[in-house]
Write a protein that binds this ligand. Sequence first.
Ligand code: ZN
Length: 265
Amino acid sequence: MARDGVEVGGTSAFAQLVPAGEVESAASNEYRQLIAEAYKKGLLKSSEGAQVVRLRSIAKKLIEQSPVWNERAKQWSWEVNLIESPQVNAFCMPGGKIAVYTGLIDKLNLTEDELAMVVGHEIAHALREHARQRMGKGMATEGVTRLGGAVIAGIFGIDPRITDFVAKQGASLLSLKFSREDETEADLVGMELAARAGFDPRAGVSLWKKMSAENAQSPPQWMSTHPSSTNRVKDIELNLNKVMPLFEKAQHAERVEKYNLEPKN
Ligand SMILES: [Zn+2]
């Protein structure tokens, strides 16, 4: 089926081993703990602050585009928080739980479009269920599988061993390492989300240049979990032509709305 935008492969069959809902609720628990901890230490940025308002307005536009990539995203209770920390880091956990560290925005002096690229990348990991795939793979390795296929699972519910496994893994969702393929996919899907939301996808290139410059001084957290290479910028550049029309369409729609160029009916 032809569609506008980037082309990535299907999702890994390993994901099917773990119910999406279980992964999302484990993520929700870990996120709640992290936010509570940040709040206790006075590191959670206030919802009224300009930085949080800006971040949430960018995230909102990206989230609106997310069902294109994952239907479940419509039901997620999305959360977007900013945490005071020198770390150059950001993440979006399964189920749409987003956190950005102030170090990312401040040290790299990110423009709105660049910040949208980072948040889009992180959202893409959640939409493409990379954590769920990692967990499924881990579970397969440990030899935990469904007891008796879909029928028995339907009657007796989920194998408790799966629930156990997810709960254990859930406590360390943030330390999951994504593969090189996952990262490329997140770059491309994130760039498409950003373009659809009206952010300039060319910001992907300037973002990575800033990341590399920062890396030369001290490797930021985001870089250690997101291995960088010149291939990365090359992949982004190669795919720009696929998303530029989406960006232009979104820009046009924005202008129409702003200047009321066309009659409403
Ligand atoms: Zn990533």
